[in-house]
Design a protein around this ligand. Structure first.
Ligand code: GLN
Length: 236
C-alpha cells in the first residue's frame, strides 16, 4: 500500500518518518500526476494559506478534490484538517482555497497564535492502550484549529476539554465561555467522515504512531471493501 504525503510545505518529512517506523513507504507528492501513483494521502500540518498558494501554483486543487471524491483515504493534520474542511472561519482577508469534502466548519486558529501552542492529554476511545483498553493520547497543538460544527455523516473521534483560561473564541454556534468563566468546554479536535480523517493536532511530531496505525488500518479496510464490492479478492 503506497501512501502519498503532500510535500508542498510543513511537516511532510515527519509524516514520512512516522510511516517508515511502521514499515510503510510514504511518497512525497508535489504534482497532480503523482497522486495517481498512491492509494491514500496525508496532508500535513504547516501553514494552510502558504500551502494553499503553493497548491494553486502547482494546479493541484482539481486533482486533490478528485482524490477525495473517489473515496480514497485522506488524513489531514492541523493545516491538513483546514484543507479538508468544507467551511473555514478565522481566515486571513480574502480567505483561501480549500479542498473540502469534510462536512464541518473549522476555525483556523481557534487556539491562538504560536505562543499559545500547547500539549495536552486527550481521551481518544478509538485508540487502544497496550492493555487493550481506551487510552489517553498526548496531542501536540501548534497554532491549532478546531472543529466548530459537523454534519450528520461526521463521526467525532476526540474532544479537548478546553480549560477556561485557554478560551479564545466565541460565536453564536459554539457556546464558549469568556476567559474568566469556570466551565470547561469540549471542543472537537478529531473527526472522521467515510474516507476522510482529520486531527487538529500533530501525531507526526510525536513518537506515538497510533494515529498513523489507525489511518493505515482505515486505508486497508477501505481497500478491501472496494475490492470486495468490485468483485475482487479480499486480501486478509
Ligand atoms: N492554524 C494554522 C493554519 O491556519 C495551522 C497550524 C498547523 O498546521 N500547525 O494554517
Amino acid at each position: 500500500m503506497t501512501v502519498g504525503v503532500l510535500a508542498l510545505q510543513g511537516s511532510f518529512n515527519e509524516h514520512i518518518a512516522a510511516l517508515r517506523r511502521l514499515g510503510v513507504q510514504g511518497i512525497e507528492i508535489r504534482k497532480a500526476e503523482q497522486l495517481l501513483t498512491v492509494s491514500s494521502l496525508i496532508i500535513p500540518g504547516g501553514e494552510s494559506t502558504t500551502m494553499a498558494k503553493l497548491a494553486e501554483y502547482h494546479n493541484l486543487f482539481p486533482a486533490l478534490r478528485e482524490f477525495v471524491k473517489t473515496g480514497k483515504p485522506v488524513w489531514g493534520t492541523c493545516a491538513g484538517l483546514i484543507f479538508l474542511a468544507d467551511r473555514a472561519v478565522g481566515q486571513k482577508e480574502g480567505g483561501q482555497e480549500l479542498v473540502g469534502g469534510l462536512d464541518c466548519t473549522v476555525h483556523r486558529n481557534f487556539f491562538g497564535s504560536q505562543i499559545q501552542s500547547f500539549e495536552a492529554d486527550i481521551s481518544v476511545p478509538i485508540l487502544t492502550s497496550k492493555e487493550g483498553g481506551p487510552e489517553t493520547y498526548r496531542g501536540v497543538f501548534i497554532r491549532a484549529p478546531a472543529v466548530l460544527d459537523v454534519g450528520p455523516d461526521v463521526e467525532v473521534l476526540a474532544h479537548y476539554p478546553v480549560p477556561s483560561n485557554k478560551v479564545l473564541y466565541s460565536s453564536s454556534t459554539v457556546q464558549i465561555q469568556e476567559e474568566d468563566a469556570l466551565l470547561e468546554t469540549n471542543v472537537i479536535v478529531a473527526v472522521k467522515q467515510r474516507n476522510l480523517l482529520a486531527t487538529a493536532f500533530h501525531p507526526e511530531l510525536t513518537a506515538d504512531t497510533r494515529w498513523h496505525s489507525y489511518f493505515m488500518k482505515m486505508a486497508k479496510e477501505m481497500e478491501q471493501g472496494a475490492s470486495s464490492s468490485s468483485g475482487g479478492t479480499i486480501v486478509s
